[in-house]
Design a protein around this ligand. Structure first.
Ligand code: ASP
Length: 292
């Protein structure tokens, strides 16, 4: 029988959960930037599909120093920046990731590159060597703001970026990228490059942000997707997860969507920057706050 279900493409992106840092001016800038990226990534979704859309969204956010991913990543306790990123694609079922890579511009591109290798997750110095061997240029992601935060030993939990997209063929792709939580033990591995922080199947996809250890302990992204596979709505699966997190005082948030074009998001933190395109236009965190 011919399956003539028309799938409505959807995209949701986030710019991190946690304490809303900085002035309202900075928050407004973050919101504007997310909306711009959401718009251009939605066009990419329509023209080139879910994978390209997620890659475009995350690359753009990695280039924007407002976010703690790529350029503008936080420094670890030894003064080094180590970045992690992952992508998962329902059309192949492959999760690929890079952990604690250094001095490159787009960690998401390395996660993407690894999806075509036999071994799909690489970490540490050899991950950086892998990039150089593949001709990836040296790039210094440090910014004055992050250096100043490091000097004041600021530990944060906000700024990681993520995206989840559904295209007209029904493919769901999720991606995440982070500079970590700031001033952490050198070499710490967060949730971002694990299936607890980023997971997709043909039924749903999710990307998380917040305290990585807590996200890993709750297996958040994979947990949400599996709940939806077992018949829960995306809304219930997200709310359920967030309610549990609040009860146990965990600090994280997530974005998600399902194969029926339903969007879900929630956070157990003070806030979470997100923006989504539902086919008619963009809705963002700050717009919704003003609305309430
Ligand atoms: N999850 C990231 C980490 O633990 C940080 C974040 O999402 O803000 O490194």
């Amino acid at each position: 029988m011919k399956n003539d279900k028309i799938i409505k493409p959807r995209l949701i992106i986030h710019g991190g959960a946690g304490k809303l840092e900085g002035t309202s001016d900075r928050q407004e800038q973050i919101n504007r930037s997310l909306k711009t990226v959401c718009q251009s990534s939605y066009l990419t979704l329509i023209e080139q599909g879910a994978r390209e859309s997620v890659l475009h969204a995350i690359r753009s956010l990695e280039d924007d120093s407002l976010f703690n991913a790529g350029t503008g990543s936080r420094l670890q306790a030894d003064g080094e920046i180590r970045m992690s990123s992952s992508i998962m694609d329902s059309s192949t079922g492959i999760f690929s990731a890079v952990i604690n890579v250094q001095n490159i511009r787009h960690p998401i591109d390395i996660a993407d590159m690894l999806s075509r290798e036999k071994h799909t997750v690489l970490a540490g110095k050899v991950a950086t060597d892998f990039c150089r061997n593949r001709g990836v240029d040296y790039h210094d992601p440090i910014t004055e703001l992050r250096l100043a935060e490091y000097e004041r030993q600021i530990k944060g939990s906000h700024g990681t970026v993520g995206a989840v997209a559904l295209d007209k063929s029904g493919t769901i792709v999720s991606g995440s990228s982070t500079g970590g939580i700031g001033y952490e033990i050198p070499g710490r591995v967060s949730d971002t490059a694990t299936v607890a922080g980023n997971y997709s199947s043909s039924v749903a996809g999710a990307s998380c942000t917040g305290i990585g250890e807590e996200i890993v302990n709750d297996a958040v992204a994979a947990g949400v997707v599996i709940r939806v596979e077992n018949g829960m709505s995306i809304h219930e699966a997200v709310q359920n997860t967030i309610e549990k997190a609040k009860k146990s005082q965990k600090r994280y948030g997530l974005i998600a969507l399902d194969c029926n074009s339903n969007i879900g998001y929630g956070f157990a933190t003070e806030g979470m920057y997100y923006a989504y395109h539902d086919g008619n236009g963009i809705t963002s965190f700050i717009d919704e706050m003003e609305f309430k």
